[in-house]
Design a binder for this molecule. Structure first.
Ligand SMILES: Nc1nc2c(c(=O)[nH]1)N[C@H]1C(S)=C(S)[C@@H](COP(=O)(O)O)O[C@H]1N2
Ligand SMILES: [Mo]
Length: 425
């Protein structure tokens, strides 16, 4: 005995509830294809960003390493110096401007959400389950990413961990979905052409042929927007989002109109976390401050305690290097300080050692980082003491901070208290 009536109840479960003549397999195919390109860029740059943390080193891993799904872990390079900035800008910019596309794509398939009966067969049940991963995953990934870029955390989980596993759920469901839908997409393009329907204005816009259980409406209303109008609308929305966000990473005149980018306007040199928030007090960084420099751990040499004057007496090097935050903002400044490899020599560190960095900041996830051998060997890798020709401001890490080419901003540790060269753990 069926639990549900065979005929759908009045409302969105009835096919004749949906009237738009532009909704149909062709529109969904093209919206889906463009969205797919965006998602591939965002997914690839997301996994690269994960690799850029060098999660195999020291305490760098944010996603627990013992139950991590690692496909793409390699020694993150230091050149070109803007590599991480480019990667992270692509990730956030493409992720943000894809939102109108995602909404249009979801709009184009909304009748499917109300399909009757809700579960027609075990195979359909499986397909709907995968759609839960797909649509739920998409909303979760775009939602958490954008909230993070807005510095808004209305949840109790670790963003990086959730966003990382969310990517696996979403991209797995997406791969399955594309595989299932490929024949439908090919048919839509074969029958109507990839771009042909964009030629029609409103007057010539007609519905695609109705098929039971398909996307085209059985009884379409006259068109109020053409198909190219749909793409113009989506394109304009994406362009608008680009204008109000991309300035935080691209800079230039766009920076002043980056209204939706919390670190975009007002300054070309944002502060991620102030000394106050990090509980670093002026007393901690006063005349009594010393850099503790060690090599080899417990069995190694006695620690050197270097004052700022002692560091300033060493060879100083200046380089224009970007800081790029995972949240998407980027800024390039002129940093001056001591080369990390000169400090390694001073400490008597072995060439194949790692560099463990500790901040004076008493608590928090960003108070330590581990740099790879290649990273501290780089000629431009600095313990910076100055920026733009003046002492580092306290909020930017006075008395000393890490600046390494192509290093994620989060590893450019501020208020450094200790540099320990040592073996891999
Ligand atoms: N000790 C410490 N260092 C830190 C952080 C921090 O919170 N504490 N934030 C990091 C992050 S996430 C970024 S993006 C950069 C930002 O540097 P800025 O605030 O000087 O622009 O500093 C990094 N260094
Ligand atoms: Mo950051």
């Amino acid at each position: 005995m069926p639990l549900l009536p065979k005929d759908p109840p009045p409302g969105p479960s009835r096919e004749d509830f949906w009237l738009s003549p532009v909704r149909g397999p062709w529109l969904t195919t093209i919206l889906g294809s463009v969205l797919l390109v965006a998602v591939v860029i965002v997914g690839a740059t997301g996994f690269l960003s994960h690799a850029a943390y060098n999660p195999d080193l020291g305490a760098n891993a944010v996603v627990p390493r013992d139950h991590d799904l690692q496909l793409l872990i390699f020694d993150w390079p230091t050149r070109p110096v803007w590599l991480f900035a480019l990667n992270q800008s692509l990730h956030t910019i493409v992720g943000i401007i894809a939102v109108p596309l995602l909404l249009a794509k979801l709009w184009s398939v909304i009748p499917k959400l109300f399909a009757w009966p809700p579960v027609a067969s075990p195979a359909k049940a499986l397909e709907r389950l995968s759609l839960l991963g797909l649509v739920g995953g998409a909303i979760f990934q775009f939602g958490t990413g954008i909230f993070n870029a807005q510095l808004y955390y209305p949840w109790h989980f670790n963003f990086v961990v959730a966003h990382y596993y969310g990517a696996w759920v979403f991209l797995t469901a997406l791969a399955l979905h594309v595989a299932i839908k490929l024949p439908t997409m090919r048919r839509a393009i074969r029958e109507r052409g990839a771009l042909q329907p964009l030629i029609d204005g409103i007057a010539a816009t007609e519905a695609e042929p109705y098929e039971a259980g398909g996307l085209a409406p059985p009884v379409p209303e006259p068109a109020t927007i053409s198909r190219r109008g749909v793409f113009a609308l989506v394109g304009a929305a994406s362009a608008g989002l680009f204008v109000v966000t991309a300035g935080q990473s691209i800079g230039g005149p766009l920076r002043s109109v980056a209204l939706l980018a919390p670190r975009g306007r007002g300054t070309t040199f944002p502060v991620n976390k102030t000394a106050r928030l990090a509980r670093v007090t002026p007393a901690m960084v006063g005349a009594a401050w010393r850099l503790e420099l060690t090599s080899g751990g417990d069995g190694g040499t006695a620690p050197l305690m270097l004052s700022r004057a002692a560091l300033l007496a060493m060879d100083q090097h200046s380089h224009d290097l970007p800081i790029a935050c995972v949240e998407g903002w980027t800024t390039t400044q002129r940093w001056t300080g001591v080369r990390l490899k000169d400090l390694a020599a001073r400490a008597g560190a072995g060439k194949d050692m790692l560099l463990h960095v500790e901040s004076l900041q008493p608590h928090g996830a960003f108070r330590q980082t581990t740099l790879s051998t290649d990273q501290w060997h780089d000629d431009q890798a600095l313990l910076a003491l100055q920026v733009n020709g003046a002492d580092l401001p306290l909020d930017h890490g006075y008395p000393a901070r890490i600046i390494v080419p192509a290093l994620p901003g989060v590893h450019c540790t501020k208020w450094v208290g200790k540099l320990a060269f040592g073996a891999a753990a």
